[in-house]
Design a protein around this ligand. Structure first.
Ligand code: RFL
Ligand code: PHB
Length: 389
């Protein structure tokens, strides 16, 4: 097999890159180690920045998102029971859209099927080669048969545990990492959301988040210590814990039901530099991880591949390598700002085992300042709705 760009991974980053490149006539093959159903079964992000919405429009996959996605003008923070709403539309004239990652992925898979472009699911033993030359290769096995793709570029969109970052020679990479001593236990339930907008709650017992997927499907999270097992949490235990962490009115309004999915996600901040090695590019979770508190992971993956698609288009149509040469620095500048915001949201909203009385007063004072200062509220609003690339 032969193609221009071999894309490793069919998560949102890989599929969106494939679609953006298809729009500019650049041929791709996507190689994914899991099945389609497995990829669609992963319940993850829910909040799209305005820039992500615009990129999905550009990719021609926005019809269902506009029909079914929920446009939110703001979010609420609840600090030890005291609630405050941040109205992004009033503060800075921007909004976010609640539309599940699963649905974004489904729309992108349909568009790729319609385009006739090749996607290989359930590819085993994927390896990448010769990306320090202008003839890179991807090898894998499909149904026990070894295959090779000769290509001109490789896009590593294979997530945090992928093969692409791991294939870069040691010493060529610098990594920055922080692992938090807690995770999020998430529950998906077919019951109407407790409120019209998201509620981020800080409580002495830990963080909680009330989110949603649709007017009839809700997504809730509670902070749990690292290593917590999902089997140790019955639905009743989860609902009791959630009620204790939010304000009384929200607790009373909560409509509970049997969970349809439950999982624990660890929290981590991680960045690797640079994002290009010869003819290999890293994008999305393969390059960086944020704790989910700022709702940035999917949005960063989208803006990375938006920039990469522009750079590759410039290479093929404009015959200039300026875009691909500048990719890493351009993308990393935005990544670090999203890392800062996600770390900051995590720091004020969670309880940390090592935090003393002074630290707790600092968290409270951050909240009071946010609420009382229009400048601070605007800063939250511009970061949450997404900074420009
Ligand atoms: P993905 O989605 O992990 O996709 C990578 C794909 O690569 C495949 N793969 C391989 N394929 C071939 N060969 C190999 N050797 C391979 N190794 C792996 C994998 O099977 C997979 O299909 O990465 P991508 O595309 O970069 O997308 C990133 C996002 O998925 C991620 O950042 C977000 O889900 C993070 N996230 C959130 N982001 C937001 O913007 N807003 C949110 O509200 C939000 N909430 C969340 C989140 C992540 C969460 N978890 C579970 C980590 C909430 C949670 C709970
Ligand atoms: C979600 O709905 O899954 C979600 C929403 C906001 C976040 C993280 C996750 O910050």
């Amino acid at each position: 097999m032969r193609t221009k760009v071999a894309v490793i991974g069919a998560g949102p980053a890989g599929l969106l890159l494939g679609q953006l490149l298809h729009k500019t006539g650049i041929e791709t093959i996507i190689v994914e180690r899991r099945s389609r159903d497995y990829v669609l079964g992963r319940i993850r992000a829910g909040v799209l920045e305005q820039g992500t919405v615009e990129l999905l429009e550009k990719a021609g996959v926005s019809d269902r998102m506009h029909a079914e996605g929920l446009v939110h003008d703001g979010v609420e923070f609840c600090f030890d029971g005291d609630k405050h709403r941040f109205n992004f539309r009033e503060l800075i004239g921007r909004t976010v859209t609640v539309y599940g990652q699963t649905e974004v992925t489904r729309d992108l898979m349909h568009a790729r099927d319609a385009s006739g472009a090749v996607s290989i699911y359930e590819a085993d033993d994927v390896t990448i080669h010769d990306f320090d030359t202008d003839k890179p290769k991807v090898r894998f096995a499909k149904d026990g048969v070894s295959q090779e793709i000769a290509c001109e570029f490789i896009a590593g969109c294979d997530g945090f545990h992928g093969v692409c970052r791991a294939s870069v020679p040691a010493g060529a990479l610098t990594t920055y990492e922080r692992v938090y001593p807690f995770g999020w236990l998430g529950v998906l339930v077919d019951r109407p959301p407790v409120a019209d907008e998201l509620i981020y709650a800080h409580h002495a017992r830990g963080f909680a988040l009330c989110s949603m997927r649709s007017p009839t499907r809700s997504r809730y999270y509670v902070q749990v210590p690292s290593g917590e097992k999902v089997e140790d949490w019955s639905d009743d235990r989860f609902w009791d814990e959630l009620r204790r962490r939010v304000d009384e009115e929200t607790a009373e309004r909560l409509v509970t039901g049997p969970s349809i999915e439950r999982s624990v996600a660890p929290l981590r901040s991680f960045v690797v530099e640079p994002l290009r090695f010869g003819r290999l590019f890293l994008a999305g979770d393969a390059a960086h991880i944020v704790p989910p508190t700022g709702a940035k992971g999917l949005n960063l993956a989208a803006s990375d591949v938006g920039a990469l698609a522009e750079a590759l288009t410039e290479f093929y149509q404009g015959r200039s390598s300026a875009g691909i040469d500048g990719y890493s620095a351009r993308v990393l500048a935005r990544v670090w700002k999203a890392e800062r915001f996600s770390w900051w949201m995590t720091s004020i909203l969670h309880t940390f085992p090592e935090t003393d009385a002074f630290g707790r007063r600092m968290q409270r004072t951050e909240f009071d300042y946010l609420v009382s200062s229009e400048a601070a509220s605007k800063s939250l609003a511009e970061n949450y709705t997404g900074l420009p690339l």
